[in-house]
Design a protein. Sequence first.
Lengths: 204, 217
Amino acid sequence: MTESKRPNYIADAWLIIVLAILFGVALAGTQMALGGRIAQNKLNETVGLAHVLVPGAAEGKAEALMIKDQAGRDVRVFKTFDAEGKQIGWLVPASGQGFADKIEVVIGVDTQVTSITGIAVIDQKETPGLGDLITGEPFTSQYRGKSTSAALGVVKTGPGKDNEIIALTGATISSVAVTDIVNQQLAGVREALLAALAAEPKGN
Amino acid sequence: MSSDLTPMERFIRGVIPENPVYRQLLGLCPILAVTNGVATAMTMAGATAFVLICSNLLISSIRGLLKPHLRILVFTLTIATFVTIVDKALAAYLYSMSKALGPYIPLIIVNCLIIARCEMCASKSSLPHAFMDGLGNAVGFALALLSISTVRELLGAGTWFGIQILPQSAWPGWGVLVLPPGAFLTLGILLAIVEWYSKRKKTSAPETSTSTEASAA
């Protein structure tokens, strides 16, 4: 009826509004102070893999390049260089759905995108003790040297053919997921990588 | 809860007699989720301590302004802010740890330990009380994380803080302890030991219980 009978929302909520504004400012400040560093950490993680994934690449030396894959999506790839500064390969980040959650992979390929020189799984939440072995050495080293001319397949028991990956025991879905991520990303970016290479001025 | 405790008494209560995990059974999600290694557990302990102490201080300093029906909202807002700050700080300065902990740092927001301390102590007590209460509970929580992660990492992987303690040749490593079921098994067994120990103490010698309980944990 009268004004005083109705709940006064502002009087009730002013503290929350003030706090929300203060906290918002604090969070914006945190983001501004730390955002660059966080982005740099993510970048370093990928670039730090250069000498692991591309044999002969100089450690920590890579140059970012934005390309568009066949579906028109932006992909940030990295050129890796040897000690003399000559490009000797690419790092291609890729991601896709795994058994539990998104799997993030970095794929190393040679300059002409003819073969995989290495892969690393940098983020995954697969089953501990089974699926999370996709990050480990016996699994990832299988990709090294595989040709990119045909899509890779997965078999449950070895020895696999040239273009086949032997799945981890008890983690077939995770193994297939990684292989699919690699296949799809390489198929998607190959043309763009070669185009970027052709556009490059000769003689470096 | 009695409000006539001194700040020091509040601190001590939080550490052992009312240990958040072994006594209050609060904050069990991180206890189960991140104790497969001592390093991750201690990072979680540090992050929780920061959020707990900061939230307690802030809530205590605005306790006169709190409206009873909106207090939970204020608690959640405060906790969420400090958790986000911790999450960003970890991503910036301890990147690998931040990745290892994954979603469990943001999930501190729903750690009932922190909201329980805001509700039971900070919203009713002065700043020194709230600070010591937060500190005590943070130390108690850290002790619980340390005890459980030590058992799990040592028996599960033979390492402690990533350092090989039990030689790989002599110790097969009970892999199940590092897996999620190991968290439940370890927590259950340690809880039982603490319970059994304190019961036995109560019946055999009714003197004041002191720091010896820590050795059971």
